[in-house]
Design a protein around this ligand. Structure first.
Ligand code: PPS
Length: 292
Protein backbone atom coordinates (compact mmCIF):
# COMPACT_ATOMS: atom_id res chain seq x y z
CA UNK A 1 0.00 0.00 0.00
CA UNK A 2 1.32 3.46 -0.85
CA UNK A 3 1.33 5.77 2.14
CA UNK A 4 2.78 8.64 0.16
CA UNK A 5 0.61 10.29 -2.42
CA UNK A 6 2.47 10.37 -5.68
CA UNK A 7 3.22 14.00 -6.30
CA UNK A 8 6.12 14.16 -8.63
CA UNK A 9 7.54 17.34 -10.00
CA UNK A 10 10.73 18.49 -11.53
CA UNK A 11 12.16 21.32 -9.56
CA UNK A 12 14.46 23.98 -10.90
CA UNK A 13 16.22 25.30 -7.83
CA UNK A 14 16.97 28.95 -7.24
CA UNK A 15 16.86 30.36 -10.73
CA UNK A 16 17.37 27.24 -12.82
CA UNK A 17 20.70 26.30 -11.33
CA UNK A 18 20.01 22.64 -10.72
CA UNK A 19 17.46 20.13 -11.95
CA UNK A 20 15.98 17.73 -9.38
CA UNK A 21 13.03 15.37 -9.40
CA UNK A 22 10.99 15.56 -6.23
CA UNK A 23 8.67 13.07 -4.64
CA UNK A 24 6.71 13.96 -1.55
CA UNK A 25 9.27 16.59 -0.58
CA UNK A 26 12.28 14.35 -1.19
CA UNK A 27 14.49 15.69 -4.03
CA UNK A 28 16.59 13.29 -6.10
CA UNK A 29 18.44 12.69 -9.34
CA UNK A 30 16.08 13.56 -12.22
CA UNK A 31 16.94 10.34 -14.05
CA UNK A 32 15.29 8.23 -11.34
CA UNK A 33 11.70 7.07 -11.67
CA UNK A 34 9.51 8.67 -9.02
CA UNK A 35 6.78 6.04 -9.33
CA UNK A 36 9.35 3.39 -8.38
CA UNK A 37 10.61 5.48 -5.44
CA UNK A 38 6.99 5.65 -4.30
CA UNK A 39 6.71 1.86 -4.36
CA UNK A 40 9.99 1.10 -2.59
CA UNK A 41 8.45 1.04 0.92
CA UNK A 42 6.51 -2.02 -0.25
CA UNK A 43 9.61 -3.78 -1.60
CA UNK A 44 10.05 -7.10 0.22
CA UNK A 45 12.75 -7.69 2.83
CA UNK A 46 14.18 -11.18 3.28
CA UNK A 47 16.48 -12.69 5.90
CA UNK A 48 20.08 -11.96 4.91
CA UNK A 49 19.27 -8.79 2.96
CA UNK A 50 21.93 -6.14 3.50
CA UNK A 51 21.67 -2.44 2.69
CA UNK A 52 24.41 0.15 2.47
CA UNK A 53 22.58 3.40 3.20
CA UNK A 54 24.03 6.89 2.98
CA UNK A 55 23.41 10.51 2.28
CA UNK A 56 25.23 10.93 -1.07
CA UNK A 57 29.01 11.41 -1.12
CA UNK A 58 29.54 9.91 2.32
CA UNK A 59 31.51 6.78 1.42
CA UNK A 60 28.89 4.63 -0.29
CA UNK A 61 31.14 3.29 -3.05
CA UNK A 62 33.97 2.72 -0.60
CA UNK A 63 31.70 0.63 1.61
CA UNK A 64 30.32 -1.21 -1.45
CA UNK A 65 33.90 -2.19 -2.31
CA UNK A 66 34.59 -3.47 1.23
CA UNK A 67 31.31 -5.37 1.54
CA UNK A 68 31.67 -6.86 -1.91
CA UNK A 69 35.23 -8.02 -1.23
CA UNK A 70 34.09 -9.60 2.04
CA UNK A 71 31.33 -11.43 0.18
CA UNK A 72 33.73 -12.57 -2.54
CA UNK A 73 36.43 -13.72 -0.10
CA UNK A 74 38.90 -11.00 -1.11
CA UNK A 75 38.98 -11.77 -4.83
CA UNK A 76 36.54 -10.54 -7.40
CA UNK A 77 36.34 -9.58 -11.05
CA UNK A 78 32.85 -8.09 -11.04
CA UNK A 79 31.79 -4.46 -10.88
CA UNK A 80 30.62 -3.07 -7.52
CA UNK A 81 27.47 -1.74 -9.15
CA UNK A 82 26.49 -5.20 -10.34
CA UNK A 83 27.51 -6.81 -7.05
CA UNK A 84 25.63 -4.18 -5.06
CA UNK A 85 23.07 -2.37 -7.23
CA UNK A 86 21.54 1.01 -6.37
CA UNK A 87 17.97 0.25 -5.35
CA UNK A 88 16.48 3.53 -6.55
CA UNK A 89 18.12 3.38 -9.97
CA UNK A 90 17.54 -0.23 -11.03
CA UNK A 91 13.79 0.22 -11.27
CA UNK A 92 10.87 -1.96 -10.32
CA UNK A 93 11.35 -4.89 -12.71
CA UNK A 94 15.04 -5.43 -11.99
CA UNK A 95 14.51 -4.96 -8.26
CA UNK A 96 11.70 -7.50 -8.19
CA UNK A 97 13.83 -9.95 -10.19
CA UNK A 98 16.62 -9.94 -7.59
CA UNK A 99 16.55 -13.09 -5.56
CA UNK A 100 17.29 -12.94 -1.84
CA UNK A 101 19.52 -12.47 -0.01
CA UNK A 102 20.08 -9.11 -1.68
CA UNK A 103 22.81 -6.58 -1.06
CA UNK A 104 21.79 -3.11 -2.19
CA UNK A 105 22.94 0.47 -1.99
CA UNK A 106 20.47 3.25 -1.22
CA UNK A 107 20.35 6.97 -0.52
CA UNK A 108 16.82 6.85 0.82
CA UNK A 109 15.85 8.51 4.10
CA UNK A 110 15.01 6.12 6.92
CA UNK A 111 11.24 6.26 6.52
CA UNK A 112 11.25 5.78 2.75
CA UNK A 113 13.14 2.49 3.00
CA UNK A 114 11.53 -0.89 2.25
CA UNK A 115 9.19 -1.55 5.16
CA UNK A 116 9.62 2.08 6.37
CA UNK A 117 11.26 0.98 9.62
CA UNK A 118 14.66 -0.69 9.12
CA UNK A 119 15.31 -1.06 12.87
CA UNK A 120 12.32 -3.35 13.15
CA UNK A 121 12.92 -5.35 10.00
CA UNK A 122 14.70 -8.63 9.28
CA UNK A 123 17.28 -6.88 7.08
CA UNK A 124 20.69 -5.53 8.04
CA UNK A 125 21.82 -1.96 7.40
CA UNK A 126 25.21 -0.28 7.26
CA UNK A 127 24.79 3.49 7.42
CA UNK A 128 27.85 5.58 6.56
CA UNK A 129 27.93 9.25 7.57
CA UNK A 130 30.54 11.89 6.69
CA UNK A 131 31.19 15.37 8.02
CA UNK A 132 28.76 17.63 6.17
CA UNK A 133 31.28 20.21 5.02
CA UNK A 134 33.19 17.61 3.02
CA UNK A 135 29.88 16.12 1.86
CA UNK A 136 28.83 19.54 0.53
CA UNK A 137 32.04 19.93 -1.45
CA UNK A 138 31.92 16.39 -2.83
CA UNK A 139 28.25 16.84 -3.77
CA UNK A 140 29.13 20.10 -5.53
CA UNK A 141 31.54 18.23 -7.84
CA UNK A 142 28.93 15.50 -8.25
CA UNK A 143 26.32 18.06 -9.40
CA UNK A 144 28.83 19.48 -11.87
CA UNK A 145 29.85 16.01 -13.08
CA UNK A 146 26.45 14.53 -13.96
CA UNK A 147 24.68 16.12 -16.92
CA UNK A 148 21.24 15.22 -15.55
CA UNK A 149 21.46 17.90 -12.86
CA UNK A 150 22.07 20.64 -15.45
CA UNK A 151 23.94 22.45 -12.70
CA UNK A 152 25.45 25.66 -13.96
CA UNK A 153 26.38 27.49 -10.77
CA UNK A 154 29.63 27.93 -8.88
CA UNK A 155 30.55 26.85 -5.36
CA UNK A 156 28.89 29.88 -3.77
CA UNK A 157 25.59 28.96 -5.48
CA UNK A 158 25.90 25.36 -4.46
CA UNK A 159 26.66 26.26 -0.86
CA UNK A 160 23.36 28.14 -0.64
CA UNK A 161 21.47 25.18 -2.15
CA UNK A 162 23.12 22.79 0.31
CA UNK A 163 22.19 25.01 3.26
CA UNK A 164 18.54 24.94 2.12
CA UNK A 165 18.53 21.23 1.34
CA UNK A 166 17.79 21.96 -2.33
CA UNK A 167 20.21 19.29 -3.46
CA UNK A 168 19.95 15.62 -4.30
CA UNK A 169 18.53 13.79 -1.24
CA UNK A 170 17.57 16.96 0.57
CA UNK A 171 18.74 18.43 3.85
CA UNK A 172 21.76 16.57 5.23
CA UNK A 173 20.56 16.99 8.84
CA UNK A 174 17.20 15.33 8.12
CA UNK A 175 18.80 12.31 6.47
CA UNK A 176 21.37 11.83 9.20
CA UNK A 177 18.99 12.23 12.13
CA UNK A 178 16.50 9.76 10.65
CA UNK A 179 19.14 7.04 10.76
CA UNK A 180 21.07 8.21 13.86
CA UNK A 181 17.90 7.90 15.91
CA UNK A 182 18.02 4.13 15.26
CA UNK A 183 21.78 3.65 15.53
CA UNK A 184 21.48 1.33 18.55
CA UNK A 185 19.30 -1.22 16.78
CA UNK A 186 21.23 -4.47 16.53
CA UNK A 187 20.63 -4.74 12.79
CA UNK A 188 22.03 -1.24 12.08
CA UNK A 189 25.74 -0.43 11.98
CA UNK A 190 26.35 3.33 12.01
CA UNK A 191 29.86 4.19 10.79
CA UNK A 192 31.64 7.36 9.77
CA UNK A 193 33.75 8.02 6.69
CA UNK A 194 36.38 9.60 8.91
CA UNK A 195 36.71 6.36 10.92
CA UNK A 196 37.29 4.36 7.75
CA UNK A 197 39.86 6.93 6.73
CA UNK A 198 41.68 6.85 10.07
CA UNK A 199 41.76 3.07 10.53
CA UNK A 200 40.67 1.12 7.46
CA UNK A 201 41.66 -2.38 8.69
CA UNK A 202 39.65 -1.88 11.90
CA UNK A 203 36.67 -0.69 9.84
CA UNK A 204 36.92 -3.71 7.52
CA UNK A 205 36.88 -5.94 10.60
CA UNK A 206 33.89 -4.13 12.10
CA UNK A 207 31.93 -4.40 8.86
CA UNK A 208 32.80 -8.09 8.48
CA UNK A 209 31.75 -8.87 12.05
CA UNK A 210 28.46 -7.08 11.49
CA UNK A 211 27.94 -9.20 8.36
CA UNK A 212 28.59 -12.31 10.43
CA UNK A 213 31.98 -13.07 8.82
CA UNK A 214 35.10 -13.81 10.78
CA UNK A 215 38.19 -12.70 8.84
CA UNK A 216 41.78 -13.57 9.67
CA UNK A 217 44.47 -10.88 9.57
CA UNK A 218 45.65 -11.89 6.10
CA UNK A 219 42.14 -11.48 4.65
CA UNK A 220 41.66 -8.13 6.40
CA UNK A 221 44.95 -7.01 4.89
CA UNK A 222 43.97 -8.25 1.44
CA UNK A 223 40.62 -6.43 1.52
CA UNK A 224 42.15 -3.28 2.99
CA UNK A 225 44.73 -3.07 0.20
CA UNK A 226 42.00 -3.22 -2.45
CA UNK A 227 39.89 -0.62 -0.65
CA UNK A 228 42.36 2.24 -0.34
CA UNK A 229 41.71 5.43 -2.27
CA UNK A 230 44.76 4.81 -4.48
CA UNK A 231 43.69 1.27 -5.32
CA UNK A 232 40.05 2.14 -6.03
CA UNK A 233 40.92 5.20 -8.10
CA UNK A 234 42.68 3.03 -10.68
CA UNK A 235 40.25 0.12 -10.53
CA UNK A 236 37.51 0.37 -13.18
CA UNK A 237 35.50 -2.24 -11.28
CA UNK A 238 35.43 0.00 -8.19
CA UNK A 239 34.32 3.20 -9.94
CA UNK A 240 30.73 3.94 -10.79
CA UNK A 241 29.90 2.85 -14.37
CA UNK A 242 29.13 5.33 -17.12
CA UNK A 243 25.41 4.60 -17.05
CA UNK A 244 24.73 8.25 -16.20
CA UNK A 245 25.98 10.78 -18.76
CA UNK A 246 28.94 12.77 -17.49
CA UNK A 247 29.94 16.35 -18.37
CA UNK A 248 33.22 16.26 -20.27
CA UNK A 249 36.20 17.58 -18.36
CA UNK A 250 34.54 17.11 -14.96
CA UNK A 251 36.36 15.67 -11.95
CA UNK A 252 36.64 11.88 -11.60
CA UNK A 253 34.12 10.02 -9.44
CA UNK A 254 36.82 8.84 -7.02
CA UNK A 255 37.99 12.42 -6.72
CA UNK A 256 40.14 13.35 -3.72
CA UNK A 257 39.16 11.13 -0.81
CA UNK A 258 40.39 13.26 2.09
CA UNK A 259 39.08 14.75 5.32
CA UNK A 260 39.08 18.55 5.23
CA UNK A 261 38.83 19.44 1.53
CA UNK A 262 36.07 21.85 2.63
CA UNK A 263 38.82 24.23 3.75
CA UNK A 264 39.73 24.72 0.09
CA UNK A 265 36.16 25.78 -0.76
CA UNK A 266 34.32 27.35 2.21
CA UNK A 267 34.93 31.05 2.76
CA UNK A 268 35.29 32.17 6.38
CA UNK A 269 31.77 33.57 6.21
CA UNK A 270 30.34 30.31 4.84
CA UNK A 271 32.17 28.30 7.47
CA UNK A 272 30.86 30.51 10.29
CA UNK A 273 27.30 30.31 8.96
CA UNK A 274 27.50 26.57 8.55
CA UNK A 275 29.02 26.08 12.02
CA UNK A 276 26.20 28.09 13.61
CA UNK A 277 23.57 25.94 11.88
CA UNK A 278 25.48 22.77 12.73
CA UNK A 279 25.76 23.68 16.41
CA UNK A 280 22.08 24.57 16.59
CA UNK A 281 20.90 21.35 14.99
CA UNK A 282 23.43 18.89 16.39
CA UNK A 283 23.52 19.94 20.03
CA UNK A 284 22.16 17.24 22.28
CA UNK A 285 22.26 14.55 19.59
CA UNK A 286 25.55 13.00 20.73
CA UNK A 287 26.64 12.82 17.10
CA UNK A 288 30.06 14.32 16.43
CA UNK A 289 32.27 14.42 13.33
CA UNK A 290 35.92 15.02 12.59
CA UNK A 291 36.35 17.92 10.19
CA UNK A 292 40.10 17.50 9.69
S1 PPS B 1 27.77 8.47 -4.20
O1 PPS B 1 27.68 9.12 -5.54
O2 PPS B 1 26.82 9.10 -3.27
O3 PPS B 1 27.60 7.03 -4.26
O4 PPS B 1 29.24 8.83 -3.68
P1 PPS B 1 30.00 8.13 -2.47
O5 PPS B 1 30.61 6.89 -2.96
O6 PPS B 1 29.14 8.06 -1.28
O7 PPS B 1 31.12 9.19 -2.12
C1 PPS B 1 32.13 9.55 -3.01
C2 PPS B 1 33.24 10.15 -2.16
O8 PPS B 1 33.95 9.08 -1.51
C3 PPS B 1 35.32 9.16 -1.88
N1 PPS B 1 35.93 7.83 -1.89
C4 PPS B 1 36.93 7.48 -1.07
N2 PPS B 1 37.57 8.17 -0.10
C5 PPS B 1 38.57 7.54 0.55
N3 PPS B 1 38.96 6.26 0.27
C6 PPS B 1 38.33 5.54 -0.68
N4 PPS B 1 38.74 4.29 -0.93
C7 PPS B 1 37.26 6.15 -1.40
N5 PPS B 1 36.44 5.74 -2.40
C8 PPS B 1 35.63 6.78 -2.68
C9 PPS B 1 35.28 9.80 -3.26
O9 PPS B 1 36.53 10.27 -3.65
C10 PPS B 1 34.27 10.91 -3.00
O10 PPS B 1 34.75 11.93 -2.14
P2 PPS B 1 35.49 13.25 -2.64
O11 PPS B 1 35.63 14.12 -1.41
O12 PPS B 1 34.63 13.88 -3.69
O13 PPS B 1 36.82 12.82 -3.16
Amino acid sequence: MLHYCLQERLKMSSGSIQLLREFDGFPFNPLLDASWIAEIPDYPISPGDLYIATYPKSGTTWTQQIVSLIQWGGEKDTHISSDIPWLESIGKDSARALSPPRTLKTHLPYDMMPGRDPANSIGKYIYIARNPKDVAVSLYYHAKRYAAFQFTGDWDCFFELFMKGEVSCGLWFHHIFGWWEHKDAKNILFLKYEDLKKDLPASVKTIAQFMGCSLDDAMIDKITKQSTFESMKDDPLANLPLGFPVVSGSTPFIRKGVIGDWKNHFTDEQSTRFDAEYTKRMSGTGLVFDFQ
